[in-house]
Design a protein around this ligand. Structure first.
Ligand code: S3P
Length: 435
């Protein structure tokens, strides 16, 4: 278990490129593995989650190699082969839930396992719609959790109203729908990230998006014909978010992030920070598919805001970081409608609340969010803070520690490598000190 000590800093900022988007990398790995021919992928995330998904699709018959910065994936042309052993999905909820959708209609039996954190996460949310389509899914963990055994069967398209706003569940059903007979429609309660839909469009897989309803025509067990492609993965906005928030809350600091994904379903953090008073501009370089561009941040004093409703899914992974800078903002930062945070890599409401209190922050915890009262001169936690195996908790608390009055420690930080292996290096590059 690696322990890091993070020192308070006075000056912070600079220019940076963040690693490839985790959601996009994993979706591309799966679709390229289904395609005919070789796909060339620039900017694929080499974090553990994306690599777990890549290993899984290779165990299913695709092959992959890096040629410098380019990942080459030779696809199976549609015919996955039964893997020799269970697929170890590591920490990746996206890999597990989306791949389950793709495998549900394949004529083979596959078992998926994961690490401790992934093995606690709910999988009933994908089992229910997949079984409605005719799939056979067994969750052999104690509480509707991994290990999951999928015995592929012929599927029927369904109309599915998602009980929660989840891009993973939406994408799982759409991917299963590709191999089903007839039409599959998914109805979202709120708009969630639409990388799957965007990639389908890029790969010319027909899909109809009508507000919150997304439909496609299934092609039965043979599935769609996809051709290998050339594609660039944008920098991960959720990784950039740590630096954007760190600089936005530090008067006088300046930051430029280049080459980052600016899909509006991912960037609600920018709206929130602007409401809090931050000075942020964006510049678009690529507008096709997922928009890619630069973010310019000028730090200033912030004030609290309220975050709820449709905004939540579009900043869901940024909430621990938003709550943390809420401690530095004047007044209350109120987060509602975010109960989904309780079933992420950790219970992010409970863990964020506990850690902010350890920094001396006044926080009210609610079932669906929290209220953080600022501004506070942060004290230093007496004990090392536990990451609970959750990369975003470790990174959000590391950023907050740079604002404390003495060095703070975070324990079990290896999980950061799931999404951002260079996080500590980049923290130092921008002026941080970490031991
Ligand atoms: C993701 C969707 C979100 C997000 C996760 C990645 C995706 O999860 O929190 O980090 O790639 O589709 P949910 O679908 O559970 O909301």
């Amino acid at each position: 278990m690696t322990l890091k000590t993070i020192y308070p800093i006075s000056a912070f900022g600079g220019e940076l490129r963040v690693p490839g988007d985790k959601s996009v990398s994993q979706r591309i790995a799966m679709l390229a593995a289904l395609a005919k021919g070789t796909s060339e992928i620039l900017g694929f995330l080499t974090g553990e989650d994306a690599l777990s998904t890549l290993h899984a699709v290779c165990a299913l018959g695709a092959s992959a190699r890096f040629d410098g910065d380019v990942l080459l994936i030779s696809g199976t042309g549609g015919g996955f082969k039964e893997p020799a052993s269970p697929l170890d999905m590591g920490n990746s909820g996206t890999g597990t839930r989306l791949l389950a959708g793709l495998l549900a209609g394949q004529n083979m039996t596959v078992t998926m396992t994961g690490d401790d954190s992934l093995s606690r996460r709910p999988m009933g949310r994908i089992k229910d719609p997949l079984e409605e389509m005719g799939a056979q899914i067994e969750l052999t963990g104690e509480k509707g959790t991994l290990p999951m055994r999928i015995s592929g069967t012929p599927l029927q398209g369904i109309r599915y109203e998602l009980p929660m706003a989840s891009a993973q569940v939406k994408s799982c059903v759409l991917l299963a729908g590709l191999f089903a007979e007839g039409k599959t429609t998914v109805v979202e309660p709120r708009p969630t990230r639409d990388h799957t839909e965007k990639l389908f469009q890029t790969l010319e897989i027909p899909i109809v998006v009508n507000g919150l309803e997304i439909s496609l025509q299934g092609l039965g067990p043979t599935g769609p014909e996809i051709n290998g492609c050339k594609i660039t993965v944008p920098g991960d906005f959720s990784s950039a978010a740590f630096w954007i928030a760190a600089v936005a809350a530090r008067p006088g600091a300046e930051l430029v992030i280049r080459n980052v994904g600016l899909n509006p379903r991912r960037t609600a953090l920018l709206d929130v920070l602007r409401r809090m008073g931050a000075l942020i501009e964006t510049e678009l370089d690529v507008v096709n598919g997922d928009p890619i561009g630069s973010v310019f941040v000028h730090g200033t004093s912030l004030s609290g805001t309220e975050i709820c409703g449709d905004e939540i899914p579009n900043l869901i992974d940024e909430i621990p970081m938003i709550a943390a800078i809420g401690a530095l903002a004047e007044g209350e930062t109120i987060i509602r409608d975010a109960a989904e945070l309780r079933v992420k890599e950790s219970d992010r409401i409970a863990v964020t609340t506990a850690h902010l209190r350890a920094f001396g922050v006044e926080v009210d915890e609610r079932s669906d969010g929290m209220t953080v009262r600022g501004p506070v001169q942060l004290s230093t936690p007496k004990e090392p803070l536990a990451s609970h195996g959750d990369h975003r908790i470790a990174m959000a608390m590391a950023i907050l520690a740079t604002f404390a009055d003495a060095p703070a420690q975070i324990n079990d930080v290896d999980c950061v490598a799931t999404s951002y292996p260079d996080f500590w290096k980049h923290l130092e590059q921008l002026g941080g000190r970490v031991v």
